[in-house]
Design a protein around this ligand. Structure first.
Ligand SMILES: Nc1ncnc2c1ncn2[C@@H]1O[C@H](COP(=O)(O)OP(=O)(O)OP(=O)(O)O)[C@@H](O)[C@H]1O
Ligand SMILES: [Zn+2]
Length: 620
């Protein structure tokens, strides 16, 4: 029943290839849950799901596969169990693991037709991008922040990869703004979270990522001052737990430091002078305030209320640190407390300290709720954005399954423009991208016999035609170049190179330098027969020259059966488009209709059985 409606919507051929497909979904969070449901209901045959995390209460509002009773259980396993109920014949496999683990090697990635990324961090995204490029598996990359979403199709040598464009690093603030001259609530929050809390309870050596220690020359003086101050704070830290600790900490950061800043007249020409706070006065003002005020998280507390929470949370943190220290006597590392937006004690402390600082600098005070969002860098996750993004992932993957790379897109969800869904053609790979520019080849070795020399002479020079000038790296270490030949006689296995290891060959020949080559090592299970060489190339590959070396009279030509996506092609019209195969041509001729705004829509029609009719039109 369900199959027949899928066939009507997608066509017989596509429905069959989805049914026979094997796909990987990385991440079972906000996008992942939606995507898994879509994949199952769209008839994908075999779906592998991986997630390293367990289910948290805060996930339940949008990760709809999860219920209260699943809290603390593996996301991947629960997602599999629940999604299985949507279609009993779907073959689902779940892993409660980190996708960056070595067990998920190139050949494992290579066993999938398509990989879907539904991750929340750059490191894991980069890793999957690299593995998919090496294994030559198409990747559908996606992400959301608030109302914005993005889906990108990545395919080796044909499209941009995840790393072809530099990624934005998280926003950072100059250290002097945080230390001396805060003008916004966030400056005070970062100070409380990344300076004061670590100085008193944490690892003060920690570099706070949101504080920029490099850019500004003023930072050097500021950092020197900080060192001096670190000593002062160390003494304060030692006083933690004593009766006077409240006043000692308070007097230093809200009185003496502020008075010192008042002395820097230049700084206050354009701004009001900061006002030191008075411990005794606030003590009096807060005398009748119950510490339960800290539960009122939507209210902006008065200075007296902040003072009361400051003292109370300082006590709570002191008590916790002491407990940890007592438990940890034998351990070498002394225990520390670090900020966590969901840890009430650290959040209370950061809120109160940030607000007291804001009060001295005439900066707006914030409620605990707001501080939590700001300190946790939280942009609320929106369930509908995730759902729409997951749907767009599936639509893009359908084009990949139809080999219709030319129409795969970069799709954006946004609320600022006239249209919520916008798309752009995919760019070709960036020739300078260090991640996707290398060529890839596989080398079979006999782990008992193969030496580095076998690899360099037998494979690189004899089989691939490299000259003398090559460098070989493995795991960021140089293991060979023309001036460093010590390892030549060593066995590859003694250099730590084993099955699935990837080594990189850098051509140092000039001119006509080749792009980097990544060699995936395949260890033979059987010992080599007498006449087989200890190291051989599995398949001859062509290694292009580095872009600046490409001669203008020999431009790279897209081949007809292997369409190379270019950024401009769609807008330039069809004259220079690669030839379409007959199925594509038919589909587009009958189905590609401009919508009323002149934007091309895709129609998925069923050309297998006209009697069944039924087509869906999707405007992407
Ligand atoms: N290296 C990794 N291996 C496997 N899964 C990962 C890895 N890194 C992140 N994930 C998973 O990717 C998912 C991303 O989902 P999402 O962005 O909704 O994050 P979340 O942690 O569920 O929610 P939030 O961060 O908003 O609290 C998470 O479930 C997370 O555990
Ligand atoms: Zn790239």
């Amino acid at each position: 029943m369900r199959d027949s409606s899928l066939k009507r919507s997608l066509g017989v051929d596509l429905t069959r290839s989805l049914k026979e497909s094997r796909v990987l979904l990385v991440g079972a969070g906000g996008i992942g849950c939606e995507l898994l449901k879509n994949l199952v209901l769209t008839g994908f045959g075999e779906i592998h799901i991986i997630d390293l995390d367990t289910i948290d209460l805060s996930n339940l509002n949008r990760q709809f596969l999860f219920r209260h009773e699943h809290i603390k259980k593996s996301k991947a396993l629960v997602a599999k169990e629940v999604a299985q109920k949507f279609r009993s014949d779907a073959k689902l496999e779940a892993y409660h693991a980190n996708i960056m683990d070595a067990q998920f090697n190139v050949s494992w990635f290579g066993s999938f037709n398509v990989v879907f990324n539904a991750l929340d961090n750059i490191a894991a995204r980069r890793h999957v991008n690299k593995m998919c490029l090496t294994a030559n598996v198409p990747l559908i990359e996606s992400g959301t922040t608030g109302f914005n979403g993005q889906v990108q199709v990545i395919q080796k040598s044909k499209t941009e990869c995840y790393d072809c464009t530099p990624k934005e690093t998280p926003k950072s603030f100059p250290v002097c703004t945080i230390r001396s001259n805060p003008s916004q609530p966030i400056h005070c929050i970062v100070w409380a979270k990344s300076f004061l809390l670590p100085e008193l309870f944490g690892d003060s050596e920690d570099e706070a990522p949101e504080v920029d220690n490099t850019e500004n020359p003023d930072n050097a003086n500021e950092i020197a001052d900080l060192r001096k101050e670190a000593l002062e704070l160390k003494e304060l830290r030692q006083s933690i737990g004593t009766e006077e600790a409240h006043q000692k900490v308070f007097d230093k950061v809200f009185r003496r430091d502020i008075m010192r800043l008042q002395g820097m007249k230049e700084m206050w020409k354009e701004r009001e002078l900061p006002e030191p706070l008075d411990f005794a006065r606030l003590q009096e003002e807060s005398a009748s305030i119950a510490s339960t005020i800290s539960t009122q998280d939507q209210k902006v507390w008065t200075s007296g209320e902040n003072f009361s929470v400051f003292k109370d949370s300082l006590n709570r943190l002191t008590h916790r640190l002491k407990e940890l220290q007592e438990k940890n006597v034998s351990d070498q590392d002394s225990p520390i407390l670090t900020f966590d937006k969901d840890d009430v004690d650290t959040l209370d402390f950061v809120t109160a300290a940030a607000n007291l600082r804001a009060a001295t600098f005439q900066v707006e005070l914030k409620s605990k709720f707001d501080v939590k969002q700001m300190a946790g860098n939280i942009i609320p996750a929106i369930a509908t954005t995730n759902a729409m993004t997951a749907a767009l992932c599936v639509l893009q993957s359908l084009k990949v399954f139809q080999n219709d790379l030319m129409h795969t897109k970069m799709v954006f969800l946004e609320r600022s423009g006239a249209r919520v869904i916008n798309s752009d053609s995919l760019n070709p790979p960036n020739p300078d991208c260090a991640v996707c520019s290398p060529a890839v080849a596989q080398v079979e070795i006999d782990p008992e016999l193969a030496t580095l020399e076998h690899l360099i002479q037998g494979v690189l020079q004899m089989e691939l035609g490299y000259g003398e000038e090559v460098a070989v790296t493995f795991g960021n270490q140089l293991i060979y170049d023309a001036d460093f030949t010590d390892n030549l006689v060593k066995r590859l296995s003694d250099l730590g190179i084993k099955n699935e290891s990837i080594i990189t060959i850098l051509d140092e020949n000039e001119p006509d330098t080749r792009v980097n080559l990544e060699l995936v090592i395949i260890a033979r299970n059987e010992p080599s027969s007498k006449d087989s060489k200890p190291a051989t190339l599995q398949k001859l590959v062509e290694i292009p020259l580095k872009p600046e070396q490409v001669k203008p009279e020999q431009p790279a030509q897209p081949s007809t059966d292997d369409p190379t996506v270019t950024g401009k092609r769609k807008r330039e019209g069809s004259s220079d488009e690669v030839e379409l195969n007959s199925h594509d041509a038919k589909r587009l001729a009958s189905a590609s209709v401009p919508d009323s705004r002149g934007i091309e829509a895709i129609v998925l029609d069923d050309d297998a059985n006209d009697d069944e009719g039924g087509a869906i039109m999707i405007d992407d």
